[in-house]
Design a protein around this ligand. Structure first.
Ligand SMILES: [Cu+2]
Length: 269
């Protein structure tokens, strides 16, 4: 059952729509179970509206409205990873990443004020589960006003070890091919002492939280922990990559009340 949940939660987005209403989702390794839930997901309609044109350095409130196919408000949501909705915000070159939690105002309405460090294109991924329905991801690409940075070219990481917030994090994967269960593993040590860290705290109810996005921003993989109750030093996750190409992977963990995010860019053959 656990494995099935892991597989079902690996969601692929194909063909992002501007309004977030027509995004097609396929679930890799899906064997036709849960058809009814899948239908419901297809019918969920989400609108993303800012109270003013979003501009870097300004606070523009984003309102996310969730409706069903008949335009009726969806009011009840399941708590997933301790939250009713997760919102991932990336710049379209994937150099900027944020993972935030819109506040539920009731009546199918969520609000949040995202931070945009510069002008340019960004993609928003709203990740939620309507009550009695399937995990749903709806996306929108937006143009943020303000001065733009030159885009960062995505490059495959040559070194699978990075230092973030005083931690040395090593990243390993199975051989990266498409449509196969792939284990992603992060091993976390103290940067100075090189001692394995064994007191990671639960972050959103698990050892960590991992998201992977394809270079073109069209595939969003919500990855789930395999050893969710562990406190380190190793955090393992499973996912499946639907298409070959470059993906950026962000792992988020917490120790001593401090959250930290590490990213690795991989090439899937
Ligand atoms: Cu979240």
């Amino acid at each position: 059952m656990k494995k099935l949940m892991l597989i079902l939660s690996t969601i692929t987005l194909i063909g992002l729509s501007g309004c977030g209403n027509n995004g097609h989702h396929t679930e890799s390794n899906h064997h036709g179970m849960n058809h009814e839930k899948k239908e419901k997901e297809k019918q969920t309609k989400v609108s993303f509206t800012f109270n003013q044109n979003p501009k870097s350095g300004e606070n523009s409130e984003l309102v996310i409205k969730v409706k069903d196919s008949e335009g009726k408000t969806i009011k009840d949501f399941e708590v997933e990873h301790e939250k009713l909705m997760h919102l991932i915000v990336v710049s379209n070159d994937l150099s900027y990443f944020d993972h935030i939690h819109p506040e539920y105002k009731g009546d199918g309405l969520f609000t949040i004020t995202p931070n945009f460090p510069s002008g340019g294109k960004y993609t928003l991924y709203a990740d939620f589960v309507p009550k009695d329905s399937a995990k749903t991801v709806k996306t929108k690409t937006i143009q943020v006003l303000g001065s733009e940075r030159s885009p960062v070219v995505l490059k495959e990481d040559q070194h699978q070890t990075k230092v973030v917030a005083g931690k040395e994090i090593s990243f390993k994967t199975d051989e990266l091919t498409t449509n196969k269960d792939i284990t992603l593993s992060f091993t976390i040590k103290d940067e100075k002492s090189k001692k394995p860290i064994r007191n990671l705290q639960p972050y959103l109810g698990a050892i960590g939280h991992v998201v992977a996005i394809s270079e073109d921003t069209k595939n969003y993989l919500h990855v789930h922990p395999m050893n969710e109750d562990s406190t380190g030093p190793e955090a393992k996750f499973m996912t499946s990559f639907p298409k070959s190409g470059m993906y950026k992977i962000w792992g988020q963990f917490q120790q001593n009340g401090q959250k930290f995010t590490v990213d690795f860019t991989v090439k899937v053959k």
